[in-house]
Each structure stands twice: as structure tokens, then as C-alpha cells.
Design a binder for this molecule. Structure first.
Ligand code: PLP
Length: 397
């Protein structure tokens, strides 16, 4: 069988590859601590689960509108308007199976082969993969550790050309937990004001942040509303990764173009999950802030323990549930197996082999020598993992 050339342009989502490897070791009886997958450890809140059960009992088991149930689009439009301080109506909302399609669908509706798309580096690997898949040119925008893994405005400016079609922003960020300060967003909006450039603003972690002020959306700045597609969803805030409900808020012509693609691919997201999502937005929000505080405690625990590990440096992120420590101090050292650690991938492989801690190497996100820990798990598990990492770093010669 000869597969299409474009399939070769799709990258991997390494967190899932690492998970498969770690599960293989587990099957052999090894004790493995999983810090690779980015999903909250708490269950979907019961009132949301009940809403899905009701939907089943009421017979919501047929095809639905392509763009999403009107009740859910209303709830999302009102939520986006409230949280971002912008006027958004249900006609500017499209509901899809998970947040991920809000990378593919806007790109397919916007970019031509050869167009340039600027994306954060390190970043969620799907951005670069999808840009390449569609024959556009990925242009990496380095995030700067010394700025809390935010954007360097000069570096962004340098990358804008006549071929730039789209800039992807993501804050709070995967894999670094970085956020983009309000003033930088203002500057970016000014930089783009007179250009024919769209923005995909991935705000899926917007409710998981640690400052007093919630992260700002670039849509809040003049004229950005017409140029920006917001990506958000239910996976992270409401612990609904398996329900597959995400959405876009954006300019109507783009949403209409996406709807054409959706009608011929996904048809519609699961109606049962959509009713659960309506309840997620309209029901109590009381658990969201306490959950964020819990994540903050876990962040503090992990940052402090990792900074005590020999040769490791771990910045303190402002949001999401990831840390992105540097292993620069361990490169060139010999692991207990006798192998010399040359890359962050070597570090992660050796750590998994020696101590059974499963994490994702930085190269998978585009920046070395780092690795990503997802700390969306219990304190005891994190303490155990960080103790193992400290022991590994101590044993490296
Ligand atoms: N955007 C970012 C930055 C993510 O980290 C993720 C998931 O990890 C997504 C989008 C996609 O979310 P979903 O699981 O709802 O497809």
C-alpha cells in the first residue's frame, strides 16, 4: 500500500507515545509514576454526569446541528462574552469533538500552501504538525525562559512577512505554563492592526492560572475580535477529556467556512456530551477556583523539589498544570546504566528505565534540553516522582 505523501508530514503527539512505552514497562511488573499525559486527575463533576444521563433518557441519540446544539452555543457565547469582556453571539460559535479540531478546522479554512503560520516554540506539537500537513510553512516563534516563557516581541516582529497568514498564541501555555502579559498582548494587537493576519488564540487553560488576575485574551484589544479565533473547551477546566467537546469563538465568515468542513467530516459532536457541556457552563462553577488552588500547591511542591535535584533548573509557571525544567546541567553526564546523557530524550529514557518516572522530552515540543511534567496528579504521587528524580540526578556522574 502506498500512503499519501501528506501522511508523512504529520508529526506525533509524543506524550501518548511515551505513555505506551511506560505502560509496556508496567505490564512487566515495574512501578511507574505517570506524569506524561495532560489531563486533570479528578473525575467529571457529578452534576455534569447527571446531565448526560438525562440526555440519554430523553432520547438525545440522533444527529444534531453541525455547528452544535443551539442551547450549548448560547451558553458558550454568553460564557465567552462574560469571561473575555467582548460581545459574541451563538452564530460566532462552533462546537466540535474536543479542542484539538479547532487547530485543524481554522487552518484548513484559512491557509493556502506556502502561507506562513507563526506558532509558539516550545508548543503543543499539533500546531506545527497541522501547518505542515496542509502544505503551509511553519515559522517557529521562540518563547523566552527569562520572560516566564512568554513571547519576545522583537522576535515576533522579525517573523512577520507578507506571507504570514496566521499567528498562533497559547496562554497559559502547554508545555511551559507560561502566560502572556497584558501589555505584550496589547503590543501584539498593535503589531497586527494593519496587517491581513489572523490569530488563533488557544485559551484552553484559561481557568487554570495562579496570579490574582485571570489571563487576558487578545480579543479584548481593539479590532482583534474580527481577527481572532478563540480555541477553548471542556477537557481541562471541567475534567472532561473523554467527552470530546471543544469550541471556537470567532468571526462569522470563518465559522461558516468551518461548518462546511465539519458537515462533511464530524457531522456533529455527540449530543449527550453537549448536554453535559451545557450543564458544565450553566451549573455551579464553585469547584473551579479550589481546583486551581490545588494545582498551585502541586506546582509549588514540584518546583521546589525539582530545584533541589542536582543539575536541574525548574522555572515557576503561572498557569496550566505543567512545568518545563531544564536538564542542561545533566547533559554529558553518565546515567546509572552507563549511557552518557546527550539529549533531553536520553534523560527521559534513562529516568524511565532507572526510576520508573514517565515524563515527555522537550524536543517533542520543539525546545531542548528540557522536559515536561504534567502535575495534574495527587501530592503523594508527585512527592514520590520528585524523590525518584532527585535520586536519579544524584546518581548521575
Ligand atoms: N490546546 C492545547 C494547548 C492543549 O494542551 C490541548 C490538550 O492537551 C488541546 C488544545 C486540545 O484539547 P482537547 O483534549 O480538548 O482536544
Amino acid at each position: 500500500m502506498k500512503l499519501a505523501e501528506r501522511i508523512g508530514r504529520l508529526g506525533a503527539e509524543s506524550a501518548f507515545d511515551v505513555l505506551v512505552k511506560a505502560r509496556g514497562l508496567e505490564a512487566l511488573g515495574r512501578s511507574i509514576v505517570h506524569l506524561e499525559i495532560g489531563e486533570p486527575d479528578f473525575p467529571t463533576p457529578p452534576h455534569i454526569v447527571e446531565a448526560a444521563k438525562r440526555a440519554l433518557d430523553e432520547g438525545w441519540t440522533h444527529y444534531g446541528p453541525t455547528q452544535g446544539l443551539p442551547e450549548l452555543r448560547e451558553a458558550i457565547a454568553s460564557y465567552i462574552s462574560r469571561t473575555r469582556g467582548i460581545p459574541v453571539g451563538p452564530q460566532q460559535v462552533a462546537v466540535v469533538p474536543g479542542g484539538k479540531p479547532i487547530i485543524f478546522f481554522p487552518l484548513i479554512a484559512l491557509v493556502e500552501p506556502g502561507d506562513e503560520v507563526i506558532y509558539p516554540n516550545p508548543g503543543f506539537p499539533i500546531y506545527e504538525s497541522m501547518i505542515r500537513f496542509l502544505g503551509a510553512k511553519p515559522v517557529a516563534m521562540p518563547l523566552v525562559e527569562s520572560r516566564g516563557f512568554s513571547i519576545d516581541l522583537d522576535l515576533l516582529y522579525d517573523r512577520l512577512t507578507d506571507r504570514t497568514k496566521l499567528v498562533i498564541l497559547n496562554a497559559p501555555q502547554n508545555p511551559t505554563g507560561g502566560v502572556i502579559p497584558r501589555e505584550d498582548l496589547r503590543a501584539i494587537s498593535e503589531m497586527l492592526a494593519n496587517r491581513d493576519v489572523m490569530v488563533l488564540s488557544d485559551e484552553i487553560y484559561s481557568r487554570i492560572h495562579y496570579g490574582d488576575e485571570p489571563p487576558v485574551s487578545i480579543t479584548a484589544f481593539p479590532s482583534m475580535l474580527e481577527k481572532t479565533i478563540i480555541l477553548d473547551g471542556f477537557s481541562k477546566t471541567y475534567a472532561m477529556t473523554g467527552w470530546r467537546i471543544g469550541y471556537a469563538g470567532g468571526p462569522e465568515p470563518l465559522i461558516n467556512a468551518m461548518r462546511k468542513v465539519m458537515s462533511q467530516t464530524t457531522s456533529n459532536p455527540s449530543s449527550i456530551s453537549q448536554w453535559a457541556a451545557v450543564e458544565a457552563l450553566n451549573g455551579t462553577q464553585a469547584f473551579i477556583k479550589p481546583n486551581a488552588r490545588l494545582f498551585e500547591e502541586r506546582r509549588d511542591l514540584v518546583v521546589s523539589m525539582l530545584n533541589q535535584a542536582r543539575g536541574m533548573h525548574c522555572p515557576t509557571p503561572e498557569g496550566a498544570f505543567y512545568v518545563y525544567p531544564s536538564v542542561e546541567g545533566l547533559v554529558g553526564k553518565t546515567a546509572p546504566s552507563g549511557k552518557v546523557i546527550q539529549t533531553d530524550e536520553d534523560f527521559c529514557v534513562e529516568l524511565l528505565e532507572a526510576e520508573g518516572v514517565s515524563v515527555v522530552f522537550g524536543a517533542a515540543f520543539g525546545l531542548s534540553p528540557f522536559f515536561r511534567i504534567s502535575y495534574a496528579t495527587a501530592n503523594e504521587v508527585l512527592e514520590d516522582a520528585c524523590t525518584r528524580i532527585q535520586r536519579f540526578c544524584g546518581a548521575v556522574k
